[in-house]
Design a protein around this ligand. Structure first.
Ligand code: NAD
Length: 532
């Protein structure tokens, strides 16, 4: 186990070749399965098979692929409890979270794609406004890239890859997925379900492996990469992708602020802060990582958060009474410990929690509320990705907008107020891919909504029509309706032609109308001009 973590801590490019990974239940330490890692040969072979299968898969047409997604949806619905249990075993998250933040998200994304893939991806007429080009018929054709590589993390090991895989597949791509080394088994379940629904074997491949397998996939013959993970890995991938101009979507980390205004309902906002910071043991890209509360409400809000946090039940996610499970790994717990220690060294106060719950297991960490934090502390600047809720007070709206934007990340944010207009006005000033007024995290479950960030939180979008559009190249198809006619603007230029074209510009753009009519008459001669 120690060797396993040591290997993970090394930069992927320097990793020694390891041939097997273990999937471990973080709540119990039980080894759920051991798998061979895909090496360079397996990665290249999978990409080659996916490439060979892609033309036929594209030939199926969107409507046939949608039928298959509907079948997948019904299979998943029938197996919801089994899949949710498997997710809980591999990640430690409470069973009900596996149902709601993983299985439900995938069922609904399937619904969205089944309803919208055809209308969003079909050919579209492109009318021309320029009168000189009216004789041409324009169309937008959306073509699949070919083979999409997907690299995914462990924190939502089913919903993240499944939503991306389905969008890629329905658009006519084939897919090679490298899931996190912590959660390969649930990715293989996704593969089984899709194959049972009728997806041909070579159309979708799951390659278990550690970072090195991901690095090989990035350098392989894929046509686009959708990566979800940390900023540091995202940066490394972007550098490699730059060499071949491989298009990438990067869904990276976050440091989401929660802004609680002076008119907010303290009871509702404190419950939201506690859930938003501790759901999935704080290991959500959209977690509340920083909380700013108006100074007028600070003392009461902090007390409410601490009191509610003390009531949380920590344990095995399969126990129906559990609110919070273990963290995924020793490596993640160490980051959390370092952030808590750094904040204490700089004057923060731990109101509850603050350390491991070793009696439950090595990676259980007590949900922790920190008060008197500031922007000199790592916990307010770097992604913690653990069950920590740091709370800071602010004086006025200008200050809180400045604090919310004083951050390298820009994934999401939330604003809490009884006045929605006021909330939305602040939301518009916050630099983030999503800002929710009076809710946290649930945007990820809205299949219509785009998901993605600004600044270090990444590039591009998944989910909704924007996620689907990432899976296709836009081709402009132009067809001239007058094939026997030479174009007015071809060679054979002359002084007369220059004057006629001056008048032509006036014909289109001049005001008032009478100038345009005169100009049209003066430019008409160009129609009969001799061209080469
Ligand atoms: P990670 O970057 O360590 O790993 C992500 C994936 O990349 C894994 O499959 C890993 O094996 C692979 N990988 C590692 N090195 C690689 C390399 N050099 N080349 C190619 N692939 C490589 O991230 P993680 O710890 O699995 O996930 C947690 C991070 O993901 C957090 O920062 C979190 O915020 C972020 N995240 C973002 C989103 C989002 O939608 N924006 C969603 C979930 C998680």
């Amino acid at each position: 186990m120690l060797l396993f973590y040591t290997v993970l801590a090394m930069p992927a490019d320097l990793e020694p070749a390891i041939s097997r990974i273990a999937s471990v239940n973080p709540a119990t330490g039980e080894v759920l399965g051991e798998l061979d890692c895909a090496g360079p040969t397996e990665v290249r072979a999978a990409v080659a098979r996916a490439r060979a299968a892609q033309p036929e898969w594209n030939g199926w047409g969107i409507r046939n692929r949608v039928k298959l997604l509907r079948r997948f949806q019904q299979l998943l619905l029938a197996r919801k409890a089994d899949i949710a249990r498997r997710i809980t075993h591999e990640t430690g998250k409470p069973y009900v979270e596996s149902l709601l933040t993983e299985v439900l998200v995938v069922l609904d994304a399937t619904r969205f794609l089944a309803e919208n893939a055809y209308p969003l991806l079909r050919e579209e007429k492109l009318p021309h406004g320029n009168p000189a080009l009216k004789a041409k018929s324009g169309r937008i054709v959306r073509e699949p890239y070919g083979v999409i590589g997907i690299i995914s993390p462990w924190n939502y090991p089913f919903s993240i890859p499944a939503t991306e895989v389905m969008a890629a597949l329905v658009a006519g791509n084939t897919v090679v997925l490298k899931p996190s080394e912590f959660t390969p088994l649930i990715a293989l379940e996704l593969q089984s379900l899709l194959r049972e629904a009728g997806v041909p074997n070579d159309v979708f491949h799951v390659l278990p492996g550690e970072g090195a397998a991901g690095a090989t996939l990035v350098k392989s013959e894929i046509d686009k990469l959708v990566f979800t993970g940390s900023v540091s890995t995202g940066r490394r991938i972007a550098q490699v992708a730059a060499e071949t101009l491989l298009p990438v979507v990067l869904e990276l980390g976050g440091k989401d602020p929660m802004v609680v205004l002076d008119d907010a309902d303290i009871d509702v906002a404190s419950s939201a802060a506690v859930w938003g910071a501790f759901v999935n043991a704080g290991q959500a890209c959209l977690s509340v990582e920083r909380c700013y509360i108006h100074q007028k409400l600070y003392a009461r809000f902090v007390d409410a958060c601490a009191e509610k946090t003390r009531k949380l039940r920590i344990g095995n996610g399969m126990d129906p009474a559990t609110d919070i499970g273990p963290m995924i790994s020793e490596q993640q717990v160490r980051i959390v410990e370092a952030h808590v220690a750094d904040s204490q060294n700089h004057g923060a106060r731990v109101l509850t929690g603050g350390g491991r719950l070793r009696e439950l297991g090595p990676t259980f960490f007590a949900p922790t509320v920190l008060a008197e934090v500031n922007h000199n502390m790592r916990v307010m600047r770097e992604e913690t990705f653990g069950p920590i809720l740091p709370i800071m007070s602010f004086r006025d709206e200008d200050e809180v907008v400045r604090l919310a934007n004083d951050c390298d990340y820009g994934l999401a944010a939330s604003v809490w107020t009884r006045d929605r207009n006021r909330g939305e006005a602040i939301a518009r000033q916050i630099h983030a891919g999503t800002v929710m007024v009076n809710d946290v995290l649930s945007c990820f479950s809205i299949s219509e909504a785009p998901h993605g960030g600004v600044k270090a939180s990444g590039l591009g979008r998944t989910h909704g029509r924007w996620g689907l559009e990432e899976m296709v190249r836009v081709k402009y198809l132009d067809s001239d309706r007058l094939p026997r006619m030479k174009k007015i603007w071809w060679f054979g230029y002359s002084d007369d032609f220059a004057r006629e074209m001056e008048s032509f510009l006036d014909t289109i753009f001049a005001r008032p109308w009478r100038v345009r009519v005169g100009a049209a008459l003066r430019s008409a001669g160009a129609l009969w001009r001799r061209k080469l």
